[in-house]
Design a binder for this molecule. Structure first.
Ligand code: 13P
Ligand code: SF4
Length: 361
């Protein structure tokens, strides 16, 4: 059984024990999903945000879900947090807060709602739970994992520390709570360098993303030790493929996520977290751009940056794509799937996340 499956099984057991949010607030009836004139009218403005990505003929399928989700989330007192990789209909039509991992973690600690629906992957929902132990954190699909998170266990980190005593451990936020609990401080792709520089040690572990660590190592004088974890989406890009795009049109600016191989980052005009990449496009307004990352993000930014042409090599994250409108609606109706974390693990993992958040203050 994989670590994610174990943790899912554990969570489901705990949820059964405590009854979960559903027991406290009750299940409501599944809303009617007819495309009525009222639904068409009330979702018309939202359609304008996604009209380049959803053909008009398909809107009658999307609109009733969007309408029902937006109504039910108000009735339930829920807030929807969505990562930048969510599909345009989720990102633009039902989410309350969007962002990269760091922004979502920060927002999760400020959210004024009893229920948070995390439209992203499991480690993101766990991070929200760590920062909001008293709130109900729901994820529409508990199987939305991450290849980086799956690459390492708490026992692996304990072994690394045993063999390298005294070396501080920085853990990428793309890890389970069990792994975070073994580490000194977390980081995301937007603050990894600042976190590493903040530590009073010449040698630092930056785990589990080998490429993120190698990319950061180029920017610091510290010795960076790492792990062989990779993002299954970003590792597919190659420098040759990007150079071929550039040759086809030298106007193309290439912007890459630091989970890509260092050879890929070397041919990029800019590298940053998903939020950093979005800021770059919004500020620099390149005439033509290629985002070397999960491809829903290009669609999401495209809707907000008219005049910028996007070249789209489409690598999708299968885990992010597990989150869909029907599953979000199901989450709101049944108040599931509740994310729970063993209390002792949570207490230690929370420290690592809070240290990271405090560093940015
Ligand atoms: P960001 O923190 O840059 O949003 O990255 C999260 C992620 O999963 C990238 O693959
Ligand atoms: Fe994980 Fe990569 Fe998917 Fe991000 S894109 S959630 S790092 S598998």
């Amino acid at each position: 059984m994989s670590m994610l499956q174990t943790s899912i099984a554990k969570h489901q057991d705990i949820s059964r024990d405590v009854g979960g949010a559903a027991a406290r607030l009750g299940v409501v009836d599944m809303p009617d999903l007819a495309y009525t004139p009222a639904v068409a009218r009330e979702t018309a403005a939202l359609y304008e945000r996604v009209r380049d990505h959803i053909p008009a003929i398909e809107w009658p399928v999307f609109a009733p879900y969007i309408h029902a989700i937006n109504r039910l989330k108000k009735e339930r007192g829920a807030v929807i947090l969505a990562h930048n990789y969510q599909t345009p209909e989720i990102f633009h039509c039902v989410s309350d807060i969007v962002g990269d991992s760091l922004q979502l973690a920060r927002e999760a600690s400020d959210v004024d709602a009893d229920i948070i629906i995390q439209c992203g992957v499991h480690f993101m929902a766990e991070t929200s739970k760590l920062l909001n132990p008293d709130k109900t954190i729901l994820i529409p699909d508990l199987k939305a994992g991450c290849s980086l998170s799956e690459s390492i266990t708490g026992a692996d980190v304990r072994l690394l520390k045993e063999v390298n005593p005294g070396v501080p451990v920085v853990t990428y936020v793309n890890t389970s709570a069990e792994v975070k609990a073994e580490t000194d401080i977390c980081c995301t792709s937007s603050n990894a360098l600042a976190v590493i520089e903040s530590l009073d040690s010449d040698t630092v572990f930056c785990i589990p993303d080998e490429y993120l660590a190698q990319n950061i190592a180029k920017q610091t004088s510290k010795t960076i030790l790492t792990w062989k974890g990779h993002c299954e989406v970003h590792e597919r890009f190659t420098a040759d493929e990007l150079l071929a795009y550039k040759e086809s049109d030298p106007r193309i600016q290439i912007i890459g996520h630091p989970e890509c191989h260092p050879d890929v980052i070397a041919v990029c005009d800019f590298s940053g977290s998903t939020a950093g990449m979005i800021d770059y496009v919004k500020t620099e307004r390149p005439s033509k751009v290629l985002l070397v990352t999960e491809c829903s993000m290009a669609s999401n930014v495209e809707a907000e940056t008219p005049g910028v042409e996007f070249v789209k090599p489409c690598n999708l994250c299968p885990h992010m794509k597990r989150i869909t409108l029907p599953k979000i609606l199901d989450s709101l109706v049944h108040l599931k799937e509740e994310v729970t974390i063993d209390l002792q693990i949570a207490a230690r993992a929370r420290l690592a996340v809070e240290r990271m958040i405090d560093l940015g203050k």
